[in-house]
Design a protein. Structure first.
Length: 242
């Protein structure tokens, strides 16, 4: 009887073990950071070409990664003013969340210049923000991102099929919980092609943030539209992994 029971249960145990291995592998894949990549976008303001953007993610070799965005004015007033925007974030991975370590913002144009430097001391759980007028400090929160990495964090969360996303975001004076929801699927055509994309809108504030993702292909949106402070749109031109 025991031998017959062993013969009956052994195949089931083997199938169960295989299923657990596959499940664990899938979980690790979902929790792993994306591969290093470079994405290029065209940038429009009020529907007219304004500039070009390069967004990249790369490992630094010390447990941290660098996520950067560089926008250059190539048309219209932005080109005349020599406008350029550089945002560089250093992050560490908490699951598949790009948890903030530091963030540098630099805007330069003929009539305007702005800087912001953000550092996170995780030993003290403290955020320091410095715009050149005296540093501001406030408590950090686990899993916190900042303005530059928010679009990436949303894209990675969508790989899990989450219909609603809440992100703790380090802003100027506090960690602000920002909420986003999937509004449905829409056909989007950008220079990189036509996609059946998932539309995501910010749901907790009337800030005019909308982004269209193809999460099974890209961790970044194929289109991003922001209306706070002007109608600014980014459309994907190319994406390559390294």
């Amino acid at each position: 009887m025991a031998g017959r029971l062993d013969r009956m249960t052994l195949p089931r145990l083997l199938r169960l073990a295989a299923a657990l291995v596959l499940t664990s592998a899938s979980g690790l894949a979902l929790a792993a950071p994306p591969q290093a990549f470079t994405a290029t976008y065209r940038v429009l303001r009020d529907g007219s070409p304004m500039g070009e953007a390069t967004v990249s993610l790369k490992p630094l070799g010390n447990g941290q990664w660098e996520y950067s965005k560089h926008i250059r004015g190539t048309s219209g007033l932005a080109a005349m003013l020599g406008a350029k925007l550089d945002e560089v974030s250093h992050v560490r991975w908490k699951g598949d969340v790009p948890e903030a370590v530091s963030y540098d913002y630099r805007l330069d144009a003929a009539i305007k210049s702005k800087r912001r430097h953000v550092t996170v001391d995780w030993a003290k759980r403290q955020v320091t923000v410095d715009e050149g007028k005296g540093a501001i400090t406030y408590p950090a929160k686990p899993g916190m991102v900042e303005r530059n990495t928010t679009a990436l964090a949303i894209g990675l969360a969508l790989r899990h099929g989450q219909p609603q996303i809440a992100l703790p975001v380090a802003v100027k004076q506090e960690v602000e919980t920002q909420r986003f929801k999937v509004s449905g699927k829409e056909k989007v055509t950008v220079p990189a092609g036509s996609f059946d994309a998932v539309r995501v809108d910010r749901s907790d504030a009337d800030r005019g943030f909308s982004a269209w993702y193809v999460p099974e292909r890209y961790p970044l949106p194929v289109k991003l539209s922001q209306h706070d402070g002007g109608d600014l749109t980014m459309e994907l031109v190319g994406f390559s992994q390294r």
